[in-house]
Design a protein. Structure first.
Length: 304
């Protein structure tokens, strides 16, 4: 891919409490110094992000998102099934999807990956009509996102998320949930249910270490009801992906997932709140061309 390729950047200026704009300004200086042709737009809303991405896809640009997982996920969904190529400049709080492909937070290094031009065919999930590229969660993780947005919104960032997590670890109660994976029904009482396309969520937690966003399957991770102290002992293992070997954790795989709860549970999609259960989740295989590091395999980061 040459420097003459048409690059269109979509910038979310509010990502990471406004830090994404500084990332973009740093990247602009690099693009100008290297005389790389580009155009860009600063988004005003999520709807704006999607409309900008669709318009750029019609022109077959390389569409590059500058923002957090919520922004980049929306861009990926807007490009699904088109001939456009997606590049990522991680500029959010967690940048979890970028971890799966080892795309660095340094904008110049991330741009070098885009310039190299190596692509993979990325799968996307669809939950209740919305595309996602990383993970959908209901239960404890969604309660943490809700608490971070409502109670700790002024603090924001990773620290606000940590405070919300600590609070929910004290007050959250496991819920009775019906999970259908393809045609197999499981009724459980659980702390959380995550449907993952990639392996990380929650700012570096390796929730689904066996997930591969190019294999045409979704991984379902369930943490069953255990005593709170046992859950607290289990929790640190998620950062290494070792929790899946605990007897209270279930891992299933499929292409069609349904999640229902006795009482409606909050839902997070790629780090953003997204209504409540019930959930209908399906897989769309190989629908986006994603720029990734040359020779990279998802197992390099997920199973290390």
């Amino acid at each position: 891919m040459s420097k003459e390729k048409k690059y269109f950047f979509i910038v979310n200026p509010t990502a990471n409490n406004g830090q994404a704009l500084a990332v973009w300004q740093q990247l602009q200086s690099f693009l100008d110094a290297e005389q790389i042709g580009y155009s860009f737009a600063v988004s005003k809303s999520i709807t704006d992000v999607e409309e900008l991405a669709r318009a750029a896809a019609q022109k077959e640009f390389v569409v590059v998102g500058v923002g957090g997982d919520g922004t980049l996920s929306r861009i990926a969904g807007a490009l699904a099934g088109t001939r456009a190529t997606l590049g990522l400049i991680p500029a959010g709080t967690g940048n979890d999807f970028a971890r799966t492909y080892q795309i660095p937070a340094d904008p110049q290094a991330a741009m070098q990956i885009i310039l190299a031009g190596h692509t993979v065919n990325l799968d996307l999930g669809i939950v209740n009509g919305r595309y996602f590229y990383n993970a959908v969660g209901s239960g404890l993780d969604a309660a943490v996102v809700a608490d971070a947005n409502l109670t700790f919104k002024k603090i924001g960032g990773s620290f606000g998320y940590l405070l919300a997590l600590l609070r929910q670890l004290i007050f959250y109660r496991p819920q009775r949930i019906k999970i259908t994976v393809n045609d197999e029904v499981h009724i459980v009482k659980a702390w959380l249910v995550t449907v993952a396309n990639a392996c990380y969520f929650g700012s570096g937690m390796k929730i689904a270490p066996l997930a591969d966003p190019e294999d045409g399957l979704l991984d379902v991770i369930v943490v069953l009801d255990v005593h709170r102290l046992n859950f607290l002992r289990l929790f640190p293992r998620v950062y290494r992906g070792q929790h899946i070997f605990h007897p209270a954790v279930r891992v299933w795989r499929g292409t069609k997932i349904a999640v229902e709860a006795e009482s409606p549970l909050a839902v997070q999609v790629d780090g953003d709140l997204f209504g409540q259960t019930p959930l209908s989740v399906t897989m769309k295989a190989a629908v986006v061309q994603l720029l990734v590091p040359p020779q990279h395999k998802t197992t390099d980061s997920c199973e290390e």
